[in-house]
Design a protein around this ligand. Structure first.
Ligand SMILES: Nc1nc2c(ncn2[C@@H]2O[C@H](CO)[C@@H](O)[C@H]2O)c(=O)[nH]1
Length: 461
């Protein structure tokens, strides 16, 4: 029940702001992976010129034919995935130290400004002609830095969210879930404009510049709203712990979503604990092993789930090409069937945990169930990929790829959300913060492991 002196969230401004901020944090990852065909076209241009074919393709989809001619010697998809996820892992750890020395406003505003500058740089690069090697080096450096700032931003915003009621964490996470769909729609819109390849790419990369700019405005607006100020003022009395408390925010979900009283009580205790400045360092360091013993099943499940997902998505799935003769369908196959379907179904999978938490917190089989998803690796590898050297194309029809993608993404969403919801049910209320930090670490570890594995699977194609 809100207290009488508590201000109201007028017109849901604060709710909308956190939704936009959530969206802003996953824009870099999603805009870069969705633009894979554009990057591949640029990396192949040198070979085109070498072979005397200077004609420029009209859209990203033509890069599919181009990649078959140019051997993908840069391994772009794999390096992009790895160099996006490694900084997340490193900066998640880094942020748990720097939060004490660098003020939250500097970290949040600074990271957003850096992300905006790097998106502008990527958009400008669309217009700059250069050799493929320099383009590859510059793009990789951009991906590394943009994701590093993104990790600091995510971690700091999750820290800020611990000061607000749980509903705002849910909105922030929903915003994060929408970022991929936003990128896929931006790609579809710019492709359907009918403009040439360069203008399409420019239009596409200008979108996240606006998105990030709006996020920056929203962040500063937050400090002007009475409702937000009421909660933010708590940070003056206690320094919020700002390592990536992503899981912590999610940890607070299950009780509310399932209407389960015990869970709700635990959620409130966790929140109170965060508001009170968390548990003491001494106690925290003692409890890490104990907490790990209690949550290892959930931690292993998240590592396996993201490990499997990132080992093929997007490195292998983005290589799958339509087998249809229909040019219109072929052109939109990648953004629709790979990225749009993944993001929508992933979001649906995550939402299922608000209805059921099967097989429950005491199940030891959770990692095994998550490991069954490994079957998607060979299934995707046997789809229609023109780059095949060792493997045949077993699933010729586009429908196979779409079916695999639907099950792959729903199960990703479910098995990511499930351990996050179940982990807090395994620990005592005072262990909540350590659980949050540990689960966040394992989430980032899973993403990096998957990115690393993608090199091996690509070599087997
Ligand atoms: N929570 C979270 N998920 C990420 C991040 N980067 C990629 N992913 C997930 O990786 C999958 C493939 O894009 C999706 O489920 C994304 O949510 C990140 O920084 N944080």
């Amino acid at each position: 029940m809100p207290r009488k002196d508590e201000p109201q969230d007028k017109f849901y401004f604060v709710t909308i702001i956190f939704l936009i901020l959530g969206l802003g944090t996953l824009l870099p990852w999603n805009f870069f992976i969705t633009a894979i065909p554009y990057f591949q076209t640029r990396l192949c241009s040198e070979i085109h010129t070498l072979y005397g074919n200077s004609s420029k393709s009209n859209d990203f989809s033509e890069s599919r034919n181009v990649t078959t001619q140019c051997r993908d010697e840069f391994n772009f998809n794999n390096w992009m995935t790895l160099l996006a996820q490694l900084p997340l892992l490193l900066c998640t750890l880094l942020n748990s130290f720097i939060y004490q020395w660098i003020p939250e406003r500097v970290r949040i505003a600074g990271s957003m400004l850096a992300i905006l500058s790097l998106f502008i740089f990527t958009a400008v690069l669309v217009e700059v002609e250069m050799d493929a090697q320099s383009f590859f080096d510059l793009t990789m450096a951009t991906i590394w830095f943009i994701n590093a700032f993104c990790a600091i931003l995510q971690g700091s915003l999750f820290g800020l969210l611990t000061l607000f009621p749980q509903h705002y964490s849910s909105m922030f996470l929903s915003g994060q879930g929408m970022a991929g769909t936003f990128a896929a729609l931006a790609m579809l819109l710019s492709m359907s404009s009918g403009a040439n390849h360069q203008t399409t790419a420019l239009g596409y990369f200008v979108t996240p510049c606006f998105g990030t700019f709006i996020s920056i405005i929203c962040y500063f607006l937050l400090y002007r709203l009475d409702f937000a100020q009421y909660y933010l003022s708590k940070s003056n009395t206690n320094s919020s712990k700002t390592y990536e408390l992503e899981t912590k925010a999610e940890l607070l979900h299950p009780g509310e979503e399932n209407g389960d009283a015990a869970g709700q009580k635990k959620a409130v205790l966790l929140l109170k604990e965060a508001e009170a400045g968390g548990i003491g360092e001494e106690k925290q360091s003692i409890s890490v092993c104990i907490v790990l013993k209690k949550i290892w099943v959930m931690a292993l499940t998240i590592v396996i789930t993201f490990g499997v997902t990132l080992s093929v998505f997007p490195a292998i799935t983005a290589k799958v090409v339509s087998n249809s003769e229909d040019e219109g369908w072929t052109k939109f196959f990648n953004p629709v069937c790979c990225f749009l379907i993944f993001n929508i179904m992933d979001w649906i999978g995550r939402s299922i945990t608000s209805k059921t938490l099967w097989p429950g917190p005491d199940s030891k089989y959770l990692p095994l169930l998550a490991a069954i998803r490994f079957i998607f690796v060979p299934l995707f590898m046997l789809c229609h990929i023109p780059d095949h050297i060792y493997l045949p194309t077993f699933f010729q029809n586009d429908a196979w790829f779409i079916i695999f993608m639907i099950f792959f993404s729903v199960s990703n969403g479910y098995f990511v959300s499930l351990p996050m919801c179940l982990a807090p049910k395994k620990v005592l209320p005072h262990e909540g913060e350590t659980t949050g930090a540990l689960m966040t670490f394992f989430l980032a570890l899973g993403l990096s492991v998957g990115a690393g594995l993608s090199f091996g699977f690509k070599a087997l194609l």
